[in-house]
Design a protein around this ligand. Structure first.
Ligand SMILES: NC(=O)c1ccc[n+]([C@@H]2O[C@H](COP(=O)([O-])OP(=O)(O)OC[C@H]3O[C@@H](n4cnc5c(N)ncnc54)[C@H](OP(=O)(O)O)[C@@H]3O)[C@@H](O)[C@H]2O)c1
Length: 270
């Protein structure tokens, strides 16, 4: 199944990243993706960026087969009520990135149509998202097509819906955790002699290399660490000092703190 037209409702941070990612695949032209956005200034920005833009959510849905809803959790209820009559069974596939929104809630509003709950991250913009997906009311053809689409935008896996909260923290918030590591390492690099620019470049490429090593080899990170830690060497001394200062523990505690906040912030955001 090929999606001829995709509607993105909510042209904010993530919605914009998704449009950029879709266009970057080369499978879609500007005319194939329509973004619907209520905020004037945001619409102007999206139009100036060359995207097809509307403020009419129902029009965007009617013109498309695949709908990607990317609004904040507290904005989704009125939106579903608004688009309900434009959603056609056997034509539309509804996908959404809204955190904390159960598939059953969407089904309650829109009926038994194919619904895909997505948890991507902003690296979708460059085709490097980690997208976790749960779904309901689909068939093999639709499921394969949705998965294939998100595989073009990075890696995509199907998970149980109960794990969506964990996916939000590890995959979506995870971008911020990795970037904070990057900032800290860059600052350290400046202290030991590099310019800010070079320090950032070296840190970013080193992180990219570390990720690729693990993704390609599927080795445990510690196995790769063993290859660069000589007895009494400089790497192990630094690593052990980081652990004395609580490096791994801080990361795990931060992750769990984010996870524990998910319920409290169900009506707010990531
Ligand atoms: N950002 C991430 O990294 C990320 C990752 C995974 C999942 N998510 C989830 O994805 C969703 C979108 O996140 P975001 O960061 O892109 O939020 P965002 O920047 O606030 O974008 C949402 C956009 O949708 C607009 N909007 C609100 N109601 C609308 C409606 N009825 N019709 C059309 N447009 C509407 C908003 O306008 P106003 O500003 O005027 O409200 C805003 O411009 C959230 O539920 C978030 O939890 C985000």
């Amino acid at each position: 199944m090929k999606f001829n037209k995709i509607a993105i409702i909510g042209g904010g941070n993530l919605g914009t990243s998704i449009i950029k990612g879709l266009l970057k695949t080369g499978d879609f032209r500007n005319d194939d993706v329509i973004v619907s956005e209520i905020r004037d200034r945001r619409r102007k920005f999206l139009t100036d960026s060359g995207f097809q833009v509307t403020e009419d959510n129902r029009k965007a849905v009617s013109e498309s087969e695949l709908v990607i809803i990317a609004v904040k959790p507290q904005q989704v209820d009125p939106l579903l009520n608004e688009i309900k009559s434009a959603v056609v069974k056997n034509r539309h596939i509804i996908t959404y990135t809204v955190s904390g929104l159960a598939i059953s809630e969407v089904e309650k509003k829109l009926g038994a149509i194919p619904v895909f709950r997505l948890m991507p991250n902003t690296a979708i913009e460059i085709g490097e998202s980690m997208t976790c997906i749960s779904y309901k009311n689909s068939n093999d053809d639709i499921t394969e097509s949705v998965l294939a689409l998100f595989e073009k935008l990075g890696k995509a896996i199907v998970i149980n819906e109960e794990l969506m909260g964990a996916a939000t923290v590890l995959g979506a918030c995870g971008i911020a955790y990795a970037l904070r590591y990057m900032r800290a390492a860059s600052q350290g690099g400046i202290e030991i002699g590099f310019s800010a620019e070079l320090s950032q470049l070296i840190t970013a490429q080193t992180l990219k290399g570390a990720s690729e090593l693990i993704l390609e080899s599927e080795n445990h990170p510690e196995r790769e660490i063993d290859k660069v830690t000589t007895p009494q060497g400089i790497t192990i001394s630094g690593l052990n000092e980081m652990e004395h200062q609580g490096f791994s523990s801080a990361l795990i505690k931060g992750l769990v703190t984010s996870f524990n906040k998910l319920d409290k912030f169900k009506n707010n955001d990531t």
